[in-house]
Design a protein around this ligand. Structure first.
Ligand SMILES: Nc1ncnc2c1ncn2[C@@H]1O[C@H](COP(=O)(O)OP(=O)(O)OP(=O)(O)O)[C@@H](O)[C@H]1O
Ligand SMILES: [Mg+2]
Length: 162
């Protein structure tokens, strides 16, 4: 587990960019945290970090469930499962299959679906009682796909170390 703390939204975006620079085809990143925790902000930084054009607007895919960005080198899908009631609906979205094709998938409210997503990184964002712009960021992993990158990830996130 890696613990970090950001004190404004730009830091969360920057931290997300640092994670994105270590992301590989077939990765799934699950974003967990309450409403307003910063999941979409994280996705904005992640998209920028992986090479999505700054001209693209990264917003919550609330009604379409999945937004897809193609950098030319890699395809990134941004899903928001908030409105999905059943696990079978999540399976129908085929997020694991998209990742297995070689894409990267980032899932807001994905923790409810962690069982059907297979190996993934979990980034959890938590508000701070004392400061409205501070977020406790915890990074953990399900499976082994980050084993060989874990030390690198720790180093990349050390500047936000908590
Ligand atoms: N350190 C921080 N990290 C991230 N966001 C922050 C931080 N400090 C303040 N904010 C603000 O918190 C809000 C986070 O909103 P965002 O839409 O990213 O949350 P969310 O987790 O995606 O919510 P939802 O569950 O509704 O989709 C933004 O208005 C952002 O500016
Ligand atoms: Mg959101």
């Amino acid at each position: 587990m890696i613990n970090a703390r950001t004190t404004n939204v730009h830091q969360t975006e920057e931290l997300a960019g640092a994670i994105a620079s270590l992301a590989r085809p077939r990765d799934i990143v699950v974003l967990s945290g309450e409403m307003g925790a910063g999941k979409t902000a994280f996705m904005r930084g992640f998209a920028a970090g992986i090479g999505v054009s700054p001209d693209e607007t990264v917003s919550s895919p609330t009604f379409t469930l999945v937004h897809t960005y193609d950098t030319g080198k890699i395809v990134v899908h941004h899903a928001d499962l908030y409105r999905l009631g059943r696990l079978s609906d999540v399976e129908d979205l085929g997020l694991r299959e998209l990742a297995d094709l070689g894409d990267v998938v980032v899932v807001e409210w994905g923790d409810v679906a962690s069982d059907v997503l297979g190996d993934h990184l979990v980034v959890s964002l938590e508000a701070d009682d004392d400061d409205e712009d501070t977020r406790q960021v915890t990074v953990s992993v399900a499976g082994h796909t980050w084993d060989s990158r874990w030390e690198q990830l720790k180093r990349a996130l050390a500047k936000w170390g908590d």
